[in-house]
Write a protein that binds this ligand. Structure first.
Ligand code: SAH
Ligand code: AVI
Length: 319
C-alpha cells in the first residue's frame, strides 16, 4: 500500500501496485486470448482517459450526467434526510466528484458533513478531486481509496452512525450481470443497518439516441475508447497503432445494453513486450472494450431483490 501526498484534510491510500501489476497483466492476457477478444473498461481510466470521460459528460448527445446532476441538485436534501443524515459519504467510481458536491453541500447544510471517501481506480483524478473538495469544504476530511472496487470493496472503512454509499453515473451498468449481482451482494453484506445505498443508473431509451450518446459527432467517445490501447502501449510495452482501429458503438436490444468495441481496420499483428506476447487481428475483427447496461425501474428492483437481505429491506422501505 502507498500513500499519496497528504494534507491533514486529505489522506489517500493506494492499493493498485500491491501485486506489481500482475492482475492487469493477467486480465489483459486472458482478454486478448479470448475469442472474441475483450478488454475490461476499468483500463480506460488513466489520467487522459479520465479527462476524456469528463469531456463525454459535457457532450450534447450524452445525457446521463446532466440528468443525474439535475436530480441531485433538486433532491440531495431529501436523499440525505432519507438516509438519516449520515456524516460519511462513500462514493464508488467517484472520478472528478463533480456531481457529488450537491450531496456534500446538503450534508454541510444539515450540519452532518464529516468524511468523504472517494473510491476510484484512477489516482490522478482522485487526488485532484480531493484537493478541489477540501478547498470548497474547509471542514471536510477526505479519506480516499485508489483501488479496483471489485477487488477491494471490503477495504472501505466502516463508520459509526452510518454511511451514505453512492454509486452514480451508471457505472454499475459497465459490469456484466453476474459480476453486477455478485458486487451488489458483497455490498449488501457490508452494509450496516444504518447505511444507505444511492444507486444511479441510465434508463432504456430509443436505440438511436443511445447509439448517438456513445458515438458522438466530435469523436470524443472514439478517442476515449481508443485510449485503452494507449494505456496498453504504455503499461505493457505494446505497439498498438491507434489509427488502425475504429470505434464501434451498437445497442444490443436483447441484452438492453450498449456494446462498445474496437474494430481492426487491417490484418495486423500487435506485440506486447511486457507480456512476451504477439496478437493477430484480422481485418474487420472486433474486440469488446465495454458494455453499458440500461435499466428499467423493474429490472433494477429485480437485480436488487437478488442481491441480499439488506438491499431487499431498503427497497421495501422505499429507500
Ligand atoms: N461517478 C462519476 C464518474 C463515472 S466514470 C460520474 O458519475 O460522472 C467511472 C469512474 O469509475 C471512473 O472515474 C473510473 O476511474 C472508475 N472505475 C471504473 N472501474 C473501476 C473499478 N473497477 N474500480 C474502481 N474505480 C473504477
Ligand atoms: C462510466 N460509464 C458509466 C460510462 C457509460 O456510459 O457507460 C462510460 C462511457 N463509455 C462511453 N461513454 C461513456
Amino acid at each position: 500500500m502507498d500513500f499519496e501526498a497528504t494534507t491533514e484534510q486529505i489522506e489517500i491510500e493506494i492499493h493498485l501496485a500491491a501485486d506489481g501489476g500482475a492482475a492487469m497483466e493477467c486480465d489483459i492476457r486472458a482478454g486478448l486470448l479470448a475469442q472474441p477478444k475483450e478488454l475490461a473498461p476499468k483500463y480506460f481510466y488513466d489520467e487522459r482517459g479520465s479527462k476524456l470521460f469528463e469531456q463525454i459528460t459535457e457532450l450534447p448527445e450524452y445525457s446521463p450526467t446532466r440528468a443525474e446532476r439535475a436530480i441531485l441538485a433538486e433532491r440531495s436534501k431529501e436523499i440525505l434526510a432519507a438516509a438519516g443524515e449520515p456524516g460519511v459519504l462513500v462514493e464508488l467510481g467517484s472520478g472528478s466528484a463533480a456531481k457529488t458536491r450537491h450531496l456534500l453541500s446538503a450534508m454541510r447544510d444539515a450540519g452532518c458533513l464529516g468524511t468523504y471517501v472517494p473510491v476510484d481506480i484512477s489516482a490522478e483524478i482522485t487526488q485532484e478531486a480531493a484537493e478541489c473538495l477540501v478547498a470548497e469544504y474547509p471542514d471536510l476530511a477526505v479519506r480516499g481509496l485508489v483501488c479496483d472496487f471489485e477487488h477491494d470493496l471490503e477495504r472501505i472503512p466502516n463508520a459509526f452512525g452510518g454511511r451514505l454509499i453512492a454509486f452514480l453515473g451508471g457505472t454499475i451498468g459497465n459490469l456484466y450481470p453476474t459480476a453486477r449481482r455478485d458486487f451488489l451482494a458483497r455490498l449488501a453484506a457490508l452494509l450496516s443497518p444504518e447505511d444507505r445505498l444511492l444507486l444511479g443508473t441510465d434508463l432504456i431509451k430509443e436505440p438511436a439516441r443511445l447509439e448517438a450518446a456513445y458515438d458522438d459527432s466530435d469523436g470524443i467517445t472514439a478517442e476515449f475508447n481508443k485510449n485503452v490501447l494507449a494505456v496498453l502501449n504504455r503499461e505493457l510495452g505494446a505497439d498498438f497503432d491507434l489509427a488502425a482501429f475504429e470505434h464501434v458503438a451498437r445497442y444490443d436490444d436483447a441484452e438492453a445494453r450498449m456494446d462498445i468495441r474496437l474494430r481492426s481496420l487491417t490484418d495486423q499483428t500487435v506485440h506486447l513486450e511486457g507480456l512476451a506476447m504477439e496478437v493477430a487481428f484480422a481485418a474487420g475483427e472486433e474486440m469488446r472494450t465495454e458494455i453499458s447496461a440500461k435499466f428499467t425501474r423493474e429490472r433494477l428492483e429485480r437485480a436488487n431483490r437478488r442481491a441480499g437481505p439488506d438491499l431487499r429491506r431498503n427497497r421495501r422501505r422505499g429507500r
